[in-house]
Ligand binder design. Structure first.
Ligand SMILES: Cc1cc2nc3c(=O)[nH]c(=O)nc-3n(C[C@H](O)[C@H](O)[C@H](O)COP(=O)(O)O)c2cc1C
Length: 200
């Protein structure tokens, strides 16, 4: 990456910046303030994108959870490169980040799984995410089956866990009139964050 000679230390660390913008989006009443587009690399190097919910941002990365046997789960097991993008229309803001994905440890996934609503926990067992489903009734009967099987004590399925995107490049974007937006990059170089503006 070409770092311009006028690059400077960012005013705020990128993960803190993202945390603050998510909080501000929540306060502003954005409908899905934690929704992010997640791109992975599929077969033949073709990118594939879908939305997931961000479930935690820290200096260690941006966390989400999913079915490990889903299309994205299989793609990630082959290629760890990924990118994400958030958009908050009311705030006229966007954040993008790219880097590599790291699996979250089992105890962390267990802890998060327990915070999910009962139906979501049952659903994690019942849904063979991304695989063909002949009829909706099949999904509903699978939900019934697992619901009766587990009662109230629903463990995390072995095929359900999380990942953290560990970005080495971020872009923040604040929209302004006349498309004269503020846009800046934050890149990791030799263990330090450096930042520079980009033409919008
Ligand atoms: C707003 C929104 C949030 C979503 N959050 C998640 C999520 O956190 N995890 C997940 O696996 N799928 C989530 N989904 C469903 C995914 O977009 C996608 O349909 C699913 O994960 C299968 O993707 P794949 O076939 O590429 O693996 C969400 C969809 C929307 C619209």
């Amino acid at each position: 990456m070409m770092i311009p000679d006028f690059a400077q230390k960012p005013i705020e660390e990128p993960s803190k910046w993202l945390q603050r913008w998510i909080q501000e989006a929540e306060k502003e009443g954005e409908v899905e303030p934690t929704a992010m587009a997640l791109s992975t690399i599929g077969g033949e190097g073709r990118p594939r994108t879908r939305f997931v919910l961000c479930k935690g941002v820290s200096a260690h990365g941006v966390r989400f959870f999913t079915n490990l046997e889903s299309a994205k789960g299989v793609e990630i097991s082959v290629n760890k490169h990924s990118s994400i993008a958030f958009h908050w229309p009311k705030m006229n803001r966007q954040v993008r980040a790219q880097g590599t994905l790291e699996a979250v440890p089992d105890d962390e996934a267990d802890e998060y799984f327990l915070t999910r609503k009962r139906l979501s926990r049952v659903g994690a067992w019942a849904s063979k995410q991304s695989r063909p489903l002949k009829a909706r009734e099949e999904l509903l009967s699978s939900v019934k089956h697992y619901s009766e099987m587990f009662g109230d004590d629903i463990p995390r399925p072995p095929h359900w866990s999380g990942f953290r995107l560990i970005p080495d490049y971020w872009e923040f974007w604040q929209g302004h009139d006349g498309r004269l937006h503020d846009r800046w990059a934050i890149h990791q170089s030799d263990g330090n964050w450096v930042s520079w503006r980009l033409y919008p």
